[in-house]
Design a protein around this ligand. Structure first.
Ligand code: G6P
Length: 368
């Protein structure tokens, strides 16, 4: 192996800790720091201004990158986004307008379902773009334009630094689309770019919560089921948190849209069930916090991931709070990702599982 773990016990820990650096690297490709502008170096065979729809498809953690990006493209570029996991997308045979843009997100660039979805879209006359880490991969080769994420080799089977790099690149593309479509002016672009530039340093500070997270993870390792809640861009982060926990600790976990709590999962809540609420302050935080109170009223143990402003508005009933730095709403999902990664990692370490090679999982799934 050409890559080593350095001083870390697992590749996954190394990759989590590398993120300030890897995100900076991704940013330096997509952003002109001095001019506070996004600069896309790849030649784009399509015009963001002319698109009527963006279709995104991916699997696993890469799918959650797309799910966050949907909010960004719709909000900052007013571009409607259709997103589906690749294994569903390919058999749905969705009708597509000629000349549309399809984007495939894949760390390895070899995932069979994602590749099949790509081929379907190419056959439907779509412009095919991909966001990959491995630039010599099959998905990259079959794309009209390849956006690299440049986070270096990811060895841990459970993806971490690839997701933050995908999010960084997607945030940049959403800004580029917003400018091209006349939704964002230069000043708004500069604001969003400044927020992106602040991410690596904020991620370093978020990693500083590790000691607290180790303590919380010890308790989490006793749980049988864990529920993760989030709203808006935090919903995919909640799903990613649940996915990471099941992948490496084998504890059953579900990520749910906070507003859907009352339509089902609330029936499961009791004193034995930890509920992780991902809710940094934004225009939706009050709604999520009121969903959280419904959990507290039923004796559920709440672990709240929020920022100072969010923590200030919380009432009673929170067992543990994990603080992330106060950042712009735009980049908050990248920050909220850090504690969910660390929680899953330290829970798995507390349980003694094989963190880098979890049972039954493969780094890249090249069969259907
Ligand atoms: C596997 C890996 C996941 C990854 C998914 C998609 O399930 O265990 O970590 O998110 O494949 O992989 P890709 O290489 O397409 O991003």
């Amino acid at each position: 192996l050409l890559v080593d773990r350095g001083n870390h016990r697992h590749f996954m820990a190394k990759e989590i800790y590398e993120q300030p650096e890897t995100i900076s690297h991704t940013l330096s490709h997509y952003v002109d720091m001095g001019a506070e502008k996004v600069s896309i170096r790849e030649t784009m065979p399509f015009d963001f201004a002319k698109l009527t729809r963006l279709t995104i498809s991916a699997c696993g953690t890469a799918y959650f990158a797309g799910a966050v990006a949907k909010y960004w493209f719709e909000r900052y570029a007013r571009l409607p986004v259709d997103i589906d996991v690749a294994s569903e997308f390919r058999y749905r045979e969705p009708p597509m307008e000629m000349g549309g843009l399809s984007l495939f997100i894949s760390q390895s660039g070899e995932t069979a379902d994602t590749l099949a979805a790509l081929r379907y879209c190419a056959a439907q006359g779509q412009h095919v773009a991909s966001l990959v880490n491995t630039q010599e991969s099959t998905i990259a080769r079959e794309s009209d334009v390849v956006f690299p994420i440049l986070c270096g080799p990811e060895i841990g089977v459970a993806s971490t630094k690839a997701l933050s790099a995908q999010l960084t690149a997607l945030a940049s593309l959403a800004i580029a689309a917003g400018r091209a479509r006349g939704v964002l002016n230069a000043e708004q672009e500069a604001d969003l770019v400044r927020a992106l530039i602040s991410v690596p340093n904020a991620v370093s500070r978020a990693l500083g919560q590790e000691d607290r997270i180790v303590e919380i993870a010890k308790k989490l390792s006793k749980a049988k089921d864990v529920l993760y809640l989030g709203r808006g861009v935090m919903f995919p982060i909640a799903m990613e948190g649940a996915l990471k926990l099941k992948e490496i600790s084998y504890i059953h976990a579900e990520g749910y849209a906070a507003g859907e709590l009352k339509h089902g999962p609330i029936a499961l809540v009791d004193e034995a069930m930890p509920v992780i609420v991902v809710a940094p302050s934004d225009e939706l935080v009050d709604k999520t916090l009121s969903n959280m109170q419904e959990v507290a009223a039923r004796g559920g143990k709440i672990i709240l991931i929020t920022d100072e402003a969010g923590a200030a508005t919380v009432g009673q009933g929170v067992a543990e709070t994990i603080l992330i730095p106060q950042v712009s709403n735009f980049v908050a999902p990248i920050l909220a990702l850090i504690p969910v990664q660390l929680l899953a990692y330290h829970t798995a370490v507390a349980m003694g599982t094989d963190v880098d090679q979890p049972r039954n999982l493969a780094k890249s799934v090249t069969v259907e």
